[in-house]
Every structure is written in structure tokens, then in C-alpha cells.
Design a protein around this ligand. Sequence first.
Ligand SMILES: Nc1ncnc2c1ncn2[C@@H]1O[C@H](COP(=O)(O)OP(=O)(O)OP(=O)(O)O)[C@@H](O)[C@H]1O
Length: 250
Amino acid sequence: MREAVIGRSLEGEAVSAGAGLSFRDVGYSIAGRRLIDGMTVDVPDRGVTVVMGPNGAGKSLFLRLAHGLIHADEGAIRWGDAPVGRSVARDQALVFQTPVLLRRSVAANVDFVLKSRGRASVEMRETLLRRVGLTGFARVAARRLSGGEQQRLQMARALATEPRVLLLDEPTASLDPASTAAIELIVRDVALRGVKVIFVTHDVGQARRLADDVVFLANGRAVEQGAAERFFDAPRSPEADAYLQGKLIL
Ligand SMILES: Nc1ncnc2c1ncn2[C@@H]1O[C@H](COP(=O)(O)OP(=O)(O)OP(=O)(O)O)[C@@H](O)[C@H]1O
């Protein structure tokens, strides 16, 4: 079967860009509809950046633009000194809400990614499975795992690429609190190891637990960004204020 790409990284290939992300006046339209509109964002090169905003705000498009999966019509997107592009994307892993896995064993799922980097070994696989709390699951068919376990396996596959940047698009949206906590632990561990994390979520509690800084989007624009503590204590924009109070923004 065709392998679904969840992230790419080429060992030994130097990428000059630092992990700091900047959007400058970025525009993106589909069929004449302006979905991202003059978006300017600066994301620090360390820690966990949480991206929040109402449905349709442009969070997924933001991640896809940042990863180079789609291309801006206007403006500039850079990671450090380098424009977003293939060489930068190779240093990143992107994890979606719905796990994208091979219909094979847990071990085969991790080995596939390790092999693609020429570094498959039982030891590496076991280390990765331990990091995501799946020790002892190697021979289990991936499709037999619970939703939370599948998402942890997807995290192991992402980490197998040794990304410098981990982009997560609502990875816990369909998980129960225990599975959500497990993913959050992994995310914190990854960030402590120096990997830049950009995490899209609707869950304000989760955002408070994870965020070092926040980017808040509404209507295809970044309406607010900055340190998490300040954002949650005193949001400056009416949109973020309404969102944090659970009020619908149209
Ligand atoms: N391929 C596409 N074709 C047309 N419109 C699109 C496409 N992809 C996204 N959009 C529109 O762009 C807007 C932003 O979409 P996006 O998926 O980034 O929102 P989001 O903030 O991630 O929303 P949600 O919280 O619901 O996941 C939405 O109005 C969506 O309908």
C-alpha cells in the first residue's frame, strides 16, 4: 500500500533555518475566497506554541502553509532564514487528528519510518515505543489499538523522523481525558528535548496546560499572539476574550 506521509526528515541533510516561524502579510485563496488574509505571525523557535481560534478561523490552513503543504498567494513565510519549502519541511513532522497508519503491526508502523531514514533497529523502535507508552505492543495490529493508542503510535512515527519541529493538528480532539493526558505528556517531553511544537487545539484547558505562547486566529487573520500567561489572564482582542468566555464568534 502507499505510505501516507506524516512527516519527513532526511538524516544528515543540513537545514540552515532555525525553528522560528514568521508569516508576513500572508494571503491564501481558494476559488476566489480569501481564506487567509494578511496574516502576520511570529512564532518563537522554542517551546510549545498553541494555535487557537473558532471553527473555520484558518488554523489547519496555517499549519499547512507553515509546513509547505500548500503555498501562499501573497506574502512570505520563513523558518529562521529559510523560506518555507521542501528542505524545511523535511525537518518537520505533521500529526493529524485522525491517525494515519499502515494496516500492519505496531512494530511495522514504526520500522517503516525508521527504514525510510536508514536507521531501523529493534532498539530504536523499542525506545520510541517506550517514549509513547506502547512498550509491549510491538506485535499488535495497529487497527486493533484504541483511538488513544493509535494516536500515540502516530506520535512514535512522527518522532522516528527526529523532527526539529512537530506540528500537531488537534491530535486529541477525539480522545478521552486519560488518552489526552498521555499525548500531552509526550508533547511536553518532546518540547523539553528542544523540539519546537506548534499545537492546534480548541480545548482551552489543554491550551493552558501546554502553551508557552499562543497564536489566536479569527477570520483568516492572527488577531492576537504572545506569552500564554498574559493571553489567558488578559486577552487584548474582543475575539479572544469572547472565545475564552465560551461565546461564539461569527
Ligand atoms: N480545500 C478547501 N476548499 C475550500 N475551502 C476551504 C478549503 N480548506 C479550508 N477551507 C475553508 O477555509 C476556512 C479555514 O479552514 P481551516 O480548516 O483552516 O479552519 P480551522 O480553523 O482549522 O477550523 P476547525 O476548527 O473547524 O478545524 C474554512 O472556512 C474552510 O471552510
